[in-house]
Design a protein around this ligand. Structure first.
Ligand SMILES: Cc1ncc(COP(=O)(O)O)c(C=O)c1O
Length: 429
């Protein structure tokens, strides 16, 4: 009798009943992967192979998988509360106050379950308050799966400068109302606004475009966006779904000193439990209130499980030691990786911010997505695949970032570097 590995059996069953075998297009893997357990910095596949996890489910796991305090908070809240669907719960109030205390732009806070819902609501609000329909996003940024933003992330070279929707079935009229501009370059933004400012409701910016790794914003660029938005009464939206709580409790806005009108948070805010937030200026956000004319709803908004997880996660981040730990280890990983590439004569730039690092197989500088077109994708993928084969999970998709959590140790980083050295040696040619 032929023995079928457990994960092949599971992924085979998945493929028969779940389209593509996964519950998010972004989770498709080049080989079968079925996961049955996760703890700390590791997850385990159905055959018992453990992986040191740098993917972190695209970023939520700042404290590591299955964090005891977060899980305990979730268990405790489910002992006394579930979903009510009328009024507000004590912990929703506590979380809104906590977020408002930490995030500079958060005069008001609304909760939802995913980043896409938050960015959707932010754009609806921006359109409502300006009476305009068009929005600006930047090439390389991802803001979720809805029609206004699901375009121009990892765009092939020949499509740069034109619309690159992620899906069929998106409404052409909605796509037409999104303008895509290069990141970090204020002049095209200025020109566009000078010509069409009266049509533009919002500029939505992934403050660090982490969906293409880790591309740092120029301070003048963010300041320029703020000035242009002020001059032309455009709503400035920072999408801090990845940067928020991971880089600082107050988000990147608390580090860069530029305050947006609205911001969106998700991922690290609740260490992997479903919770997102739309926050912003009272004069805009109160339009969601009585008489404001803007509708915001969701059966599961403010669900106690996500809210309890967020309160416990934020509490665990508040003394700063988690950030300190993660940043130091990510720096060790980034410096180590670069040193190895130099020793071996492999062209590499390792970009890092806080707990996030990404090796690009190219020389810098990297200021926008267009610079990344020369990344050696084949080598990038071979590297990631080989790291995974050695039990170190770096998502096998070019340009994707690595995340360090509180559960990673110095020994984990050193093992990663030893493995990277062996793998990169094999990739020299
Ligand atoms: C910057 C950013 N915004 C929004 C989203 C959408 O969030 P969600 O997948 O929770 O809908 C993502 C998801 O990766 C993201 O990275």
């Amino acid at each position: 009798m032929r023995i079928v590995p457990h994960h092949i059996e599971l992924t085979g069953r998945a493929a028969r009943v779940i389209p593509g075998g996964v519950n998010s297009s972004n989770r498709r893997m080049p080989w079968p992967l079925a996961v049955v357990a996760a703890q700390g910095a590791y997850f385990t596949d159905a055959d018992g192979q453990a992986y040191l996890d740098y993917h972190a489910a695209f970023g939520p796991l700042i404290l590591g998988h299955n964090h005891p305090q977060v899980n305990a908070a979730v268990r405790a809240v489910t002992e006394r509360l579930d979903i009510i669907g009328a009024g507000v719960t004590d912990i929703e109030v506590e979380l809104a106050e906590t977020i408002a205390r930490h995030v500079p732009s958060a005069e008001r806070v609304l909760l939802t379950n995913s980043g896409s819902e938050a960015t959707y609501a932010a754009l609806r609000l921006a359109r409502a308050v300006t009476g305009r329909n068009t929005i600006i996003k930047f090439q390389g940024a991802y803001h979720g799966w809805h029609d206004a933003v699901a375009m121009n992330v990892i765009t092939p070279a020949e499509k740069i400068g034109s619309k690159d929707p992620l899906s069929l079935g998106m409404l052409p009229e909605v796509i037409d109302h999104t303008l895509v501009l290069p990141f970090n370059d204020i002049e095209p933004v200025r020109e566009t606004i000078e010509q069409r400012g009266h049509e533009i409701a919002a500029i939505m910016v992934e403050v660090i475009p982490h969906n293409i790794g880790c591309v740092l914003p120029r301070h003048e660029f963010l300041l320029g966006l703020r000035e242009l938005c002020d001059q032309h009464e455009i709503v400035l939206i920072f999408d801090e779904v990845i940067t928020g709580f991971r880089h600082a409790l107050g988000g990147y806005q608390s580090l860069c000193g530029v305050t947006p009108d609205l911001s969106t948070f998700a991922k690290a805010i609740a260490n992997g439990y479903p919770l997102a937030a739309l926050v912003g200026r009272a004069r805009f956000m109160d339009r969601f209130g009585p008489g404001g004319g803007v509708f915001f709803a969701g059966t599961y908004n403010g669900h106690p499980v996500g809210v309890a997880a967020a309160l416990a996660t934020i509490a665990a981040l508040e003394d700063g030691s988690v950030h300190q730990h993660c940043f130091a280890l990510a720096e060790r990983a980034a410096n180590g990786m670069l040193e190895i590439a130099r020793e071996l004569g492999i062209p590499m730039t390792v970009a890092r911010f806080g707990s996030v690092f990404v090796p690009y197989f190219m020389e810098g500088p990297i200021e926008r997505y267009e610079d990344l077109l020369v990344n050696d994708t084949a080598r990038d993928l071979r590297f990631r695949r080989a790291m995974c084969e050695h039990g170190i999970f770096m998502l096998p998709v070019a340009l994707k970032r690595n995340h360090v959590s509180a559960a990673h140790t110095e020994a984990d980083i050193d093992r990663t570097l030893d493995t990277a050295r062996a793998v990169l040696r094999g990739l020299k040619n």
